[in-house]
Design a protein around this ligand. Structure first.
Ligand code: GLV
Ligand code: MN
Ligand code: MN
Length: 422
């Protein structure tokens, strides 16, 4: 294994991480915000995928795209049955609008470097080790999070997924076709799923638990249940100057009240609720809006609290609509049930990492969604988190230090070695 020089403290793995990371850093970055615009199937995301294919191929891995746009790079040493069960690791390249660069790509870059580490150690896996890049994890383009892993596992039908549209009205099927992929091949892939013996996703932490615990890496225990709801507020469009206040039926008022209700109910119930996206029609300075569409993201530690939270927000929105003379409809768009990661697997990985890095590895829950959460319903799954000094995520300030990223690579390599040893 690469190790830091005891005299100079120089760590060659930190340098390797920096070099590989720098290759991706400019792709899809908006210099004005410093954030990334790597929507699924967009030129920026496709450039990341091309980079992945080149890097994996350079390493002698065999890369294939499945029918759902997920990429799989196989390391199958001579004598190993390519049919599996494989140890799979990876994450996603797509970002939220103006998001950070680490959410997703860190898991893929770390996986490639972990393969390098294992090879340098002379480790030969007894089963295939596969690096995966999943499509549209954030749901930032087509609205449904973890689309690639949901399609793979049958969590969404191909018909529903292919008909999803982006903000410009482009259907997923069209976006796939434009990128050279055949939408007819989308859908459940039981053969691919059967090849996955175990899945491990490394991810930047999206909170400050590891900072507080003074630990460079941690292991996941569970994912809070969460979902997205589309709120449609309808009123009556009119003139901003001439319409008397008493005559207005302004859906923006109902929406504004609902934003406050989401915040108040989430604080009261101990969950999280966010309205981070709104569309206003006609979106004119001098017109009372006719319609407002908003998206609610709600999360809680357990499904009962989550249901209570969404019901309370819906009830407040409905009551306010009645007094504003508007209407509101609430439609679920994306549902991610509670995920309890396999505790025995988490402990096995924690121990393997801890003895390799000689650090204590905390186990923590997260309220963020991941492809690992989808796969956990089908195969033993685990997650490794890398410390995030500020806890900021889904924003340009998201980051991890190069030293911690190197620790993450070592942790992942230790986990893969443990799982692929026999
Ligand atoms: C994905 O990162 C999510 O939690 O929404
Ligand atoms: Mn994310
Ligand atoms: Mn992610």
């Amino acid at each position: 294994m690469t190790a830091a020089d005891p005299l100079t403290g120089d760590d060659p793995l930190v340098e390797r991480f920096r070099t590989l990371w720098a290759e991706l850093a400019g792709i899809g970055r908006d210099p004005a915000t410093g954030g990334y615009l790597r929507y699924a199937w967009s030129p920026a995301e496709l450039a990341c995928r091309d980079w992945f294919v080149a890097e994996a191929t350079n390493r002698g891995l065999t890369v294939r795209a499945d029918g759902n746009g997920n990429l799989w790079a196989d390391w199958v040493p001579a004598g190993v049955n390519p049919a599996g069960p494989a140890v799979v690791t990876g994450s996603h390249f797509d970002s939220v609008p103006h998001g950070g660069g680490y959410d997703g790509p860190l898991g893929i870059v770390s996986a490639l470097l972990a393969v390098d580490e294992l090879r340098e150690q002379g480790f030969v896996p007894a089963r295939p080790v596969i690096v995966a890049a999943f499509a549209e994890e954030e749901g930032s383009r087509f609205g449904l999070a973890c689309l690639g892993s949901r399609l793979l596992t049958g969590g969404v039908t191909a018909a529903r997924a292919l008909a999803l549209t982006d903000a410009a009205g482009v259907m997923l099927a069209e976006a796939m076709r434009a990128a050279g992929a055949d939408p007819a091949a989308a859908g459940p892939d039981p053969a691919r799923l059967a090849r996955i013996g175990v899945f491990v996703e490394l991810h930047v932490e999206q909170g400050r638990a590891l900072v507080d615990l003074d630990a460079p890496v941690g292991v996941a225990s569970m994912i809070w249940p969460h979902g997205r709801w589309r709120l449609e507020f309808t009123g009556a469009g009119d003139h901003a100057g001439t319409t008397r206040m008493v005559d207005r039926r302004d859906p923006m008022l109902t929406c504004a009240h609902t934003v406050l209700a989401a915040d108040a109910n989430a604080r009261w119930l101990g969950g999280h609720a966010t309205i981070g996206r709104v569309e206003v029609r006609p979106n004119a300075t001098n017109a009372v809006p006719a319609q407002v569409h908003a998206w609610l993201d709600a999360r809680a530690a357990d499904p009962r609290t989550l249901a209570e939270l969404v019901e309370a927000i819906t009830a407040d929105a409905t009551a306010r609509a009645a007094s504003d003379g508007t209407t509101v409809t609430v439609t679920p768009e994306s549902d991610s049930p509670l995920v309890a990661f396999d505790p025995a697997l988490a402990e096995q990985i924690r121990t393997a990492i801890g003895s390799g890095l000689r650090v204590d590895v905390p186990v923590l829950p997260t309220a963020a969604g991941h492809d690992a959460g989808i796969l956990a319903g089908h195969v033993p799954t685990a997650m490794i988190f890398v410390r995030n000094p500020t806890g900021v995520s889904h924003a340009p300030g998201e980051y991890a230090t190069d030293d911690d990223c190197a620790a993450g690579v070592r942790a992942l390599a230790a986990a893969l070695a443990e799982l692929a040893a026999e």
